[in-house]
Design a protein around this ligand. Structure first.
Ligand code: SF4
Length: 391
């Protein structure tokens, strides 16, 4: 845990923490605040903020890690795509290690074990061409260098990643490339917040809204959270003092019985967001219903390529069409004993999973929440494990 004296603005942090304790003392009931950004999750754990909160205030980790919220069927689908002869599957590093569900699917198998999709890493070890990239443009460069292959970019991420992918498709179209496709499992944050609130499984008193996503979408995107569900939403930055101020702003609203969208991260986030990025995404993608791990199918919470760009759509790639259709219509599978879906809804903390730190560790992850560096289980394991009895 970081020593408080090392924090930037340590005196300010202490003052804000005092305010948090005074407000929580006056509210006198359990208060649940949820962060919905993996970077916030890591910052809260790394700075030991959970441990200095008042006893009646819980900081819950929500669906803020894109690797973690990707539906298991989409993990299996990517492995199936990598199985197709002549395909190079390119994606971000964390996705390689997410375990597959080992369901039997006709025409799809990995790791030399026909019909049982493992992880992309296992598929690569079995000889499939799976490559880690740092940007979608890297995937485009691979396509250009391998004209006899089809490169499929497995696009995982939130509103922050989508503009980069849209720009890459624009570039691919400009170059007339025919061997580049995108398997889009992008997710949109505001519909997930509404899904958590309408589901009612956990009482949320306020959302710590994601700073990076909000740079793109702006403050207005959270209006429904405040107006329809009467839940305060504050966009926060990522330093310890930013997060403390965000918590204090949320508590001020809870104390006053108000629900507004506010902006703690004013040095970066604006009311309208990044219009150019929004227009770029809107040109290539449109919102679609999307399946989330733990949350199920949420209306208009994903992004699919527009019809006029269907030549870049992995789901229109003839060798993959039938397998992807079957996967999409198959029931969701639950990983053995993994409670990641409940962690993402704030129903349980990572340390309440019976596999945490025992069979599930960052070296040998059972579920995606332990794979991703932004996953709640990985953050708890790295920074907060001792608080749970050293498991
Ligand atoms: S500790 Fe591992 S098995 Fe448990 S919820 Fe987290 S990722 Fe899943």
């Amino acid at each position: 845990m970081k020593e408080w004296d090392e924090l930037r603005d340590a005196d300010l942090a202490r003052a804000v923490l005092g305010s948090i304790h005074r407000r929580a003392g006056k509210i006198r009931r359990p208060i649940n605040l949820m962060e919905v950004c993996g970077t916030h999750t890591v910052a809260i754990s790394r700075n030991g903020l959970r441990q200095v909160m008042p006893p009646n205030l819980r900081l819950l980790s929500g669906p803020g890690c894109p690797v973690c919220v990707t539906d298991q069927r989409d993990i299996d689908a990517a492995v199936c795509l990598a199985e197709i002869p002549g395909v190079i599957l390119a994606t971000f590093g964390d996705m390689i290690r997410v375990p597959g569900s080992n369901r039997r699917l006709p025409g799809c198998g990995a790791a030399g074990n026909p019909g049982e999709p493992g992880s992309l890493g296992e598929a690569r070890a079995a000889g499939r061409d799976v490559r880690v990239v740092y940007s979608p443009l890297d995937a485009l460069a691979i396509a250009e260098a391998n004209q006899d292959k089809t490169v499929i970019f497995y696009a995982v991420g939130f509103e922050t990643t989508a503009p980069m992918v849209a720009a890459t498709i624009e570039e691919a179209a400009a170059r007339g490339m025919e061997n580049f496709r995108v398997f889009s499992v992008h997710k949109l944050v505001p519909p997930a917040l509404e899904s958590i609130l309408s589901g009612g499984e956990v009482a949320i008193d306020g959302f710590i809204c994601p700073g990076h996503v909000s740079v793109v979408i702006g403050l207005g995107a959270y209006r429904a959270v405040a107006e329809k569900y009467h839940v305060p939403a504050v966009v926060g930055g990522f330093e310890a003092v930013d997060i403390l101020q965000t918590v204090d702003m949320l508590l001020a609203q809870v104390e006053a019985g108000e629900a507004r969208v506010e902006n703690q991260y004013r040095r970066v986030v604006t009311a309208e967001g990044n219009r150019s990025a929004q227009e770029l995404v809107g040109k290539f993608f449109h919102p679609v219903d999307s399946a989330w791990r733990g949350l199920g199918v949420i209306p208009d919470s994903g992004l699919a390529l527009r019809e006029e760009f269907s030549q870049f759509h992995a789901e229109r790639f003839e060798p993959a069409v039938e397998t992807l259709r079957q996967l999409k219509n198959s029931p969701p599978s639950r990983m053995n004993g993994c409670a990641c879906g409940d962690v993402l809804k704030g129903l349980v903390s990572p340390t309440q999973c019976r596999l945490f730190g025992a069979t599930c560790t960052p070296v040998s992850p059972v579920g995606p929440c332990m794979v991703s560096t932004e996953g709640a289980c990985a953050a708890y394991y790295k920074y907060e494990r001792q608080m749970a009895g050293g498991r």
